[in-house]
Each structure stands twice: as C-alpha cells, then as structure tokens.
Design a binder for this molecule. Structure first.
Ligand code: THU
Length: 149
C-alpha cells in the first residue's frame, strides 16, 4: 500500500499481535535492567515477526525489542508492508502506563515503514490501557530512505 495511508487492523489482529509481543518478551536477555520487552510486527500478508531486547555487559550496547524485530524481518527479506507494531514491557515495573518505542527504535521502524510507504499503527501496551498511535505521530518529519534518492 502506498502514500503513507494507514491500513485498518481488526480488533482480533491487534489482540493477537499484543499476545505475540507479550510472548516474545519471555525470550528477552535483560539481566542488567531486568526490564523485559517484547515487540511484534504485523505485515500486510498477515505475517508476524517478533523480537525481544538483548542487553550487553557493556550496558550502552543494549538492543531494543523493536530494533531486533525489524532486523529479523529485514533479514527475512522484508522491505515494507509494515502495518502494525505492538510493544509490551513488564507489568510489574513503573506506573503501568503504556511503553512507547525509544527514539532510536522509532527511526529503525521508520526505515521499514517508508520502504513500503506505510504509516504503521503502534500499539503501546500498558497494564490497563493500549495506546494506539501512528509512527508518523511518534516521529514527525522523519528522515528516511527517500531523502537519499
Ligand atoms: N527497551 C526496549 O527493548 N524497547 C523499548 O521500547 C524501551 C526500552 C529496552 C532497552 C533495555 O534493554 C531495557 O528496555 C531498559 O531500558
């Protein structure tokens, strides 16, 4: 789909995506922060690709769940078609409000989104609330591959 339009995702698909992200968090390697995050990417063909955060003894080298999921998807040959993303953190940390992708992950997600001309819905999952926001709202005026053409 082109033009940056938002494709609508059914309630069932959203729920499944959130469940996949929650499941993915179990594979996190987060011994330093003890903050396990899972991300799940939904593509136009119905495929879901997940990721979890992977930390490092050199703390600053931690890789976020969203970044790992994008890397995994691109290593499978995907170059677009991203319509929704769910991000889930631990339910027993912080105030339980929905977590949003960090700045770097927004940029990493934007690469895959812009390649396929989509503006994915980002489902930020909290304990009592799921906040839905477009990637373009999280990262307005994004720098992307088109700038390099
Ligand atoms: N983290 C993610 O994986 N995704 C986010 O959206 C926020 C932060 C990770 C990075 C680090 O491993 C841990 O959460 C604590 O910051």
């Amino acid at each position: 789909m082109g033009g940056g339009a938002k494709m609508s995702v059914s309630h069932e698909s959203r729920q499944q995506l959130i469940a996949e992200a929650r499941h993915a968090a179990a594979a996190a390697y987060a011994p330093y922060s003890d903050y396990q995050v899972g991300a799940a990417l939904l593509f136009e063909d119905g495929a879901i690709v997940t990721g979890a955060n992977v930390e490092n003894a050199s703390y600053g080298l931690a890789l976020c769940a969203e970044t790992n999921a994008v890397s995994k998807a691109m290593n499978q040959g995907r170059r677009g078609g991203l319509i929704a993303v769910a991000v889930v953190g631990p339910s027993d940390k912080g105030d339980g409000s929905p977590i949003t992708p960090c700045g770097r992950c927004r940029q990493v997600l934007n690469e895959l989104a812009q390649l396929g001309g989509t503006d994915p819905e980002i489902l930020c999952v909290g304990n009592d609330e799921v906040r839905s926001v477009t990637l373009s709202a999280l990262l307005p005026y994004a720098f992307g591959p088109a700038h390099l053409d």
